[in-house]
Design a protein around this ligand. Structure first.
Ligand code: PEP
Length: 274
């Protein structure tokens, strides 16, 4: 049983728990899921932990109206966007459109976008700039494959992805980011990274942010872990000093399991404050 979030009071980084719904839930199902989450999530919990949900584009307006109309303390997120604000880009959605919908967070460079849709480090970098241009917060995903891990190339891969993505950002912008360490082999497999491995990676990423943007940026940047997070492993991951939140896929689709994860995170921070 993990009792405290070591370092939380030292760093004052607010935890962020984000639900990436991927291509699940139409807008009616989204309505039910968010309403259910709103009934479970207590004000005291939301006071301690930032929570975001990232539905498919077709659900965003419905979820926005629900969150605002009922005052549900959950922030709206998107899963991806284009680099331009408007133009002849059939099938794409712009960061400006997301900002107009009240979106606060945008996942950028998820491994599924990189692997299935050819998103390169250069496009990830341009998307971060575009998202920041609209005062949205990017959740920039990095992570190694199973082959890279087995070959002992985890750090080299993370460093290449991170330096590629962050090129051109100011220290202030770096400090405002959310990074998500998502080992590809852990996503949707039921095999989460151990807390020690997740901490090693998160600490390594924070060190690189420090090298690029200085100590203040490194202190401020929030780092999530993602990959088969459940209510059972959430607390031990969050207890690690460089892990400030969780990016949750499958377990975020049902309000009950997502809320159980949020509760586990709240318990870590509450016992630290005690
Ligand atoms: C994800 O989609 O980013 C993810 C971490 O998925 P899961 O929690 O299902 O592994």
């Amino acid at each position: 049983m993990v009792s405290a979030k070591q370092g939380a009071s030292r760093t004052a980084r607010r935890p962020l728990v984000s639900g990436n719904w991927k291509m699940h839930h139409d807008h009616i199902e989204a309505l039910h899921a968010v309403r259910d989450l709103g009934l479970r999530l207590k004000r005291e919990e939301a006071a301690l932990v930032d929570v975001s949900v990232h539905p498919p584009f077709t659900d965003l307006r419905t979820v926005q109206v629900l969150l605002e109309g009922e005052g549900i303390p959950v922030m709206l997120g998107a899963q991806h966007c284009h680099t331009e604000d408007a133009g002849a880009f059939t099938g794409e959605v712009s960061p400006r459109m997301l900002a107009r919908l009240g979106v606060r967070f945008v996942i950028v460079g998820h491994s599924e976008r990189r692997r299935l849709f050819g998103m390169t480090d250069e496009v990830v970098a341009a998307t971060l700039v575009a998202v920041l241009r609209h005062q949205l917060t990017p959740i920039c995903c990095v992570g190694e494959s199973a082959e890279e891990r087995d070959a002992g190339r985890t750090e080299a891969r993370l460093e290449a992805q991170l330096r590629g993505a962050l090129a051109g950002l100011s220290p202030e912008q770096l400090g405002s980011l959310v990074l998500a360490y998502e080992p590809i082999w852990a996503i949707g497999t039921g095999r989460a990274a151990t807390p020690v491995d997740a901490q090693d990676a998160a600490g390594f990423l924070r060190g690189i942010v420090g090298e690029i943007g200085g100590a203040e940026a490194a202190r401020s940047v929030r780092i999530q872990y993602g990959g088969s997070v459940t209510a059972e492993n959430a607390a031990e991951l969050l207890a690690e000093p460089d892990i400030d939140g969780l990016l949750v896929g499958g377990a975020s689709l049902q309000a009950a399991s997502f809320h159980d994860i949020i509760r586990a995170v709240v318990a870590c921070y509450r016992s630290d404050a005690a």
